[in-house]
Design a protein. Sequence first.
Length: 305
Amino acid sequence: MWFTSNEITMNYLDELENESIYIMREVAAQFENPVILFSGGKDSITLVHLAIKAFYPAKIPFRLMHVDTGHNFPETIAFRDQLVNDLGLDLIVRYVEDSIKRKNIKEESGRYASRNKLQTITLLEGIEEFGFDACIGGARRDEEKARAKERIFSIRDDFGQWDARNQRPELFDMLNGKISKGENVRVFPISNWTELDVWNYIKREKIKLPSVYFTHKRKVFMRDGLIWSDSEFIHRDEHEEVFEKDVRFRTVGDMTCTAAVDSIANNLDAVISEIEAAEISERGARIDDKRSEAAMEERKEEGYF
């Protein structure tokens, strides 16, 4: 029996979806107080969609928590609030700005100043405040090499820190959620998905996304060969001239460390075609990953998601 390429893709997406739903249900069964870490990006939006499918017709048994740097894309925040309102979800927002004031932390300064690293402090504070024992996130193994070292159930110690050498084997889909007091688990239901898988799934499921993922005209400037949004949050030198350009974003992290891409992709099919032809990874536009060879792994060891 012959299958069309479309049927093969759909079957593959079904397998990924089924695995993610299984993981979601295991989290609900094994943990007392889990939370979805929600950024308003495509991966966390996909997680919410998967959670709805996993527990339908019941309500999602997880709250959502967003660590807001205060330097997010406005379109992402507006989409986040609309989604939560439409679905009747319980959203917790904790602000990096509050952590800075509370702990008297000095912010970075200069051309590449960012609050991205400070998110770790706010995240750990939020986990401790609410006593979350499992934090569900949309990290994928194809994003960055440090994330390929994670398990689906990735243990964090009672200081919120991660040790790549202290991870449990996960054989035959056996997920071990047993933890000691003070520890928590970071859970990655779409760990085996790629960026292209996510986009194909979004297309199939007709999932809505923030407008920044599609081509739009934006005021930008060039730096180090990358396209940056003109924003009050981003330091811009006098010689860095602002102009308008059609761009989109492949990832929507903190504005201060997320560059745009030159694009004419204004619909899902065009975005998928663009990604298929791309020669750099999705996180190639994330300047925070380029600060050192092991930048992501160092942040993860400190408690970053």
